[in-house]
Design a protein around this ligand. Structure first.
Ligand code: NAD
Length: 286
């Protein structure tokens, strides 16, 4: 642990990102409360975290406490009231504006006046969510990447009302996780997804037009541009449902039709192919 004292940190949502962020926090020694109303999501997150902590030891990524000791720092609950004395809460619920606004309003009721409220949103402006709380200066974006335990850099979003102290506390928390925060301004998609979602949308549309199949598209980005992962493989990793929600939110927020989810993406989702998590997306992982 590096740069900051141990805190009580809340995570709202035990999905892909919530579980990953909770693991990073527990690994760094923080006490973590994860809130999710869905018992199946909680069971899945617990077992993914156990597997990931064991793998970290096997790969020599960590030589610290045993996985069971780290996992014991996390408490799982369906009750947001347990977040009342958290120093920080990181919201990781699905990418829907109305849902996130509801969660922020609830956190405002439940948490103490000092709590920093962070969102892991892929692209909903931080200031839009800050409008649901009494202290908008204590709201910040922490756009962790997936898988959170393996990614060293976080896109940190400073809203127009985020205070310097909040930003400083967010960067200190990231430093305690051995992660670097890169700060950007607020706006739909911030920097990364403003660009990445257009790239995925165009790659999926080109696939639909018969210009190149998924393997060819990704091979071009990887071979010619040196990207470690092409746009369609990246979409599979993010989760195609999540990509769809992010494009839909960006289209709603910007009015720009370039963010319209392409038909090839919708067809995969309709068939239940959501990317790596279901074994098939643009690529087949089975
Ligand atoms: P997910 O669907 O895997 O998980 C969302 C979780 O939130 C589910 O377990 C669900 O039960 C829970 N949830 C729903 N309503 C809730 C509520 N009211 N209170 C508490 N929990 C609730 O989603 P995810 O992929 O983890 O994405 C979460 C957020 O992180 C989204 O905003 C997404 O855009 C963002 N994000 C995702 C990725 C990625 O690669 N998946 C990367 C960066 C950011």
């Amino acid at each position: 642990m590096n740069g900051g004292s141990v805190m009580k940190v809340g995570v709202v949502g035990a999905g892909t990102m919530g579980a990953g962020v909770a693991e990073c926090l527990a690994q760094a020694g923080h006490g973590v409360i994860v809130v999710d109303p869905d018992p199946q999501a909680v069971d899945g997150a617990r077992s993914r975290m156990r597997d990931s902590l064991r793998l970290a030891i096997l790969l020599g990524r960590t030589g610290g406490p045993k996985p069971a000791e780290i996992a014991a720092r996390v408490r799982w609950t369906d009750s947001p009231t347990e977040l009342r004395d958290a120093a920080f809460v990181i919201e990781c619920v699905p990418e829907r504006i109305d849902l996130k606004e509801k969660v922020f309003a609830e956190l405002d009721r439940v948490c103490g006046p000092e709590t920093i409220l962070a969102t892991c949103t892929s692209g909903i402006p931080v200031d839009r969510l800050a409008a649901s709380v009494t202290h908008p200066e204590q709201v910040v974006g922490l756009h962790f990447m997936n898988p959170a335990p393996l990614k060293d850099t976080v896109e940190v979003v400073r809203g127009p009302r985020t205070s310097a102290q909040t930003l400083d506390r967010a960067l200190t928390l990231l430093a305690s996780l051995d992660k670097t925060g890169i700060v950007v301004g607020d706006g739909p998609g911030f920097l990364l997804n403003r660009v990445l979602m257009l790239c995925i949308a165009e790659a999926a549309a080109a696939l639909g037009d018969g210009i190149a199949d998924a393997a060819t598209t990704d091979a071009l980005f990887e071979g010619c541009l040196g990207h470690p992962m092409g746009p369609l493989r990246t979409a599979d990793l993010i989760g195609l449902d999540n990509v769809h929600d992010t494009m839909t939110a960006l289209r709603e927020l910007t009015g720009d039709d370039h963010y319209r989810p392409p038909e090839s993406l919708e067809a995969l989702i309709d068939a239940g192919h959501l990317g790596r998590k279901t074994g098939r997306g643009f690529h087949d992982y089975r």
